[in-house]
Design a protein around this ligand. Structure first.
Ligand code: F6R
Length: 608
């Protein structure tokens, strides 16, 4: 994995491929490369590191080619290097392939191909694909690709070209996203719509086991049984993929500051105030089934998992459903009894996370109703679920998720309110939730207007080497998410814990060099939180508290306190996480970290 962009048209391909690769940089990668065909010659340029290095290397290359494929790689098989970067080629250097995903049976295929005389250059799993196509090629690339993908096990989004076949690019999807972009007498393919934004807003989303053949006179789409398919062209709204930093130093900071709007966009048009209920068009097709389910299992990963963890408390509070929240990577291996009375809700920013996809495919097999909360339109999770709700938060470019987390929490609340109003939630309780939701954007603005003070506090803590984050009930997930933000972008160890568990182990870490971030809002858990904070103070631990009340109980035992506005307890985590996002950001910035592209991380994790 990580990003693919292809061009087939009448303009110079290289500038388009480079621009597309730059727009994929946010996904995280370690090397990049492209392949263009010029007068029957396959010209390949690769570079380790950033796309800007690739750009430097292409200088001096005759660039008349008007078709080509390009890739940013995030190493899975074989270290980051030029040789392992994509495109990978066959022995004759005529067939180029870029690939996202993993070929699980590559060792077996490689052995077979080596025995037939193929010579491999890289350590990648991808390289078996061009060799397999070479083996099957008899003048017709389409036939060779079809025969070859039949042999592949695993996940792939691939793009293929052959130097002897003018202006033909073939793409195939199984488990890893790839879409076609339709321009005027020019055609594109990419792993996500952001890469195509400067060129076209007309996209065709391929489903698994579909292929598209692009040439200058058009394109056609087939399934892998070689049957032609009619696919709808989706016209995307510019706001779905507009990317720029709007003067902020980093995308992450910009996205933190976008939260008043992204939170509002999550509930905009989705509230019926006169009835104290929400209205989610995306769930309407399954509403009758939804009314009859007795169990909801939320599956997701990382930050989306922490949103799901809080979702469990929200649903428990507002509905009569049995709720479980599961890490997607664990869920798929469990022996769970699922049936049509169970709904499985996948939460995913990218809509392409391989673990989450695998989990819901397993749930589908067992007959559960599949629901989704997805930010990226048309992606695999959005396609496979029976119904769902989009975040409409615009692209999230910073690898560390911020605005999508708070948006996910709003949508979980809307879903729980919708179901809860068919159950025990009264009109006045529904109205109270709606009032609290519509108050959030203003309250978030208020927190953001204190960013300077939060920065000052963060700088005081930037030299510590480890942190504990604690919270109870609704703010236990806040502690987990706050700690994740800090560790992923600043590389400082941070452990999120339910505060009550502290005395069962992590308290032994506490001393004057190991500060605690305590999320201690004024709710039914406050007194217990204060006791835990006392235990920390008694061991000389420093405390930074996040609270929504200027009570001496908290102020008196905290070294530093950030006070956020107050809302109803189920929504309070949406406000509490904002200073923690800023805290992590300012510490990482102070330490000179690559905030938008933290080391070893990818924005969209399309391998299990
Ligand atoms: C952390 C982060 C990741 C993602 C996780 C799931 O800041 O961004 O933990 O939340 O990889 O990704 P999605 O939501 O795209 O399924």
């Amino acid at each position: 994995m990580c990003g693919i962009i292809c061009y087939c048209g009448h303009k110079q391909a290289v500038p388009i491929l480079i621009e597309g690769l730059k727009r994929l940089e946010y996904r995280g990668y370690d090397s990049a490369g492209f392949s263009i065909v010029d007068k029957g010659k396959n010209k390949i340029v690769k570079a380790k590191g950033r796309v800007s290095r690739l750009e430097e290397k292409k200088i001096g290359l005759a660039m008349n080619s008007t078709f080509g494929i390009a890739h940013t790689r995030w190493a899975t098989h074989g270290k980051p290097s030029e040789i392992n970067a994509h495109p990978q080629t066959d022995c004759a250097n005529k067939i180029s392939v870029v690939h996202n995903g993993i070929i699980e049976n590559y060792l077996e295929l490689k052995k077979e191909l080596e025995e037939k005389g193929h010579r491999f250059k890289s350590e990648t799993d991808t390289e078996v694909i061009p060799h397999l196509i070479e083996e099957n090629f008899d003048g017709d690339l389409e036939v060779a690709v079809l025969k070859s993908v039949e042999r592949l096990r695993g996940t792939f989004g691939i793009a293929v070209l052959h130097a002897d076949i003018d202006h033909q690019i073939i793409i195939v999807k199984r488990g890893s996203p790839i879409i076609v972009g339709v321009g005027k007498n020019e055609y594109f393919a990419a792993s996500d719509s952001n890469a195509l934004a400067p060129f076209t807003n007309k996209m065709i989303y391929l489903s698994d086991d579909e292929m598209a053949v692009l040439n200058t006179s058009g394109y056609y789409i087939k399934n892998l049984k070689n049957e032609l398919l009619e696919k709808k062209i989706e016209v995307l709204d510019a706001s779905e993929y507009k990317i720029d930093k709007r003067g902020f130093e980093h995308y992450m900071l910009k996205e933190i500051f976008e939260q008043p709007e992204s939170v509002q966009n999550a509930y905009r048009g989705r509230l019926i105030e006169s009835e104290g209920v929400s209205k989610l068009g995306g769930l309407e097709p399954v509403i009758n089934r939804l009314k009859n389910i007795n169990k909801l299992i939320i599956v997701s990963c990382g930050t989306s998992y922490y949103a799901g963890l809080l979702g469990r408390y929200i649903f428990e509070n507002l509905t009569e459903l049995n709720i479980e929240t599961e890490l997607a990577s664990e869920f798929r291996y469990r022996r769970l009894k699922l049936d049509e009375n169970v709904a499985v809700l996948a939460i995913s920013q990218s809509g392409e996370t391989a673990d989450t996809l695998a989990a819901i495919k397993e749930a589908k097999r067992k007959g559960a109703l599949l629901l989704g909360i997805v930010n990226t339109v048309g992606t695999s999770i959005a396609q496979i679920t029976d119904a769902g709700v989009y975040n409409h938060a615009g692209p999230e470019i910073g690898v560390a998720s911020t605005k999508i987390y708070t948006s996910q929490l709003v949508i979980l609340t809307l879903m729980a309110l919708l179901i809860g109003r068919y159950q025990h939630i009264s009109f006045s309780e529904g109205s109270e939730i709606i009032n609290a939701l519509t108050g959030l954007p203003g309250q978030i603005r208020e927190i953001l207007s204190n960013a300077k003070d939060i920065k000052e506090i963060a700088l005081k803590y930037s030299k510590y080497r480890g942190f504990l984050y604690i919270g109870r009930l609704y703010n236990y997930p806040t502690a987990m998410e706050g700690a994740l933000k800090l560790k992923e972008i600043s590389y400082i160890h941070a452990e999120g814990y339910p505060a009550g568990e502290m005395k069962h182990g992590p308290i032994s870490l506490i001393d004057k060099n190991f500060p605690t971030v305590a999320i201690a809002p004024d709710d039914l858990t406050l007194d217990k939180m204060v006791s835990n904070m006392q235990e920390i103070k008694a061991r000389n631990g420093k405390i930074l508290s996040i609270t929504n009340s200027a009570t001496q109980k908290v102020l008196g035992i905290s070294d530093d306190t950030i006070i956020v506005p107050k809302t109803i307890p189920i929504l309070q985590p949406i406000l509490n996480i904002i200073p923690l996002q800023l805290f992590a950001y300012y510490i990482a910035n102070e330490r000179g970290c690559d905030i938008d592209k933290p080391r070893n991380l990818a924005k969209s994790v399309t391998v299990e």
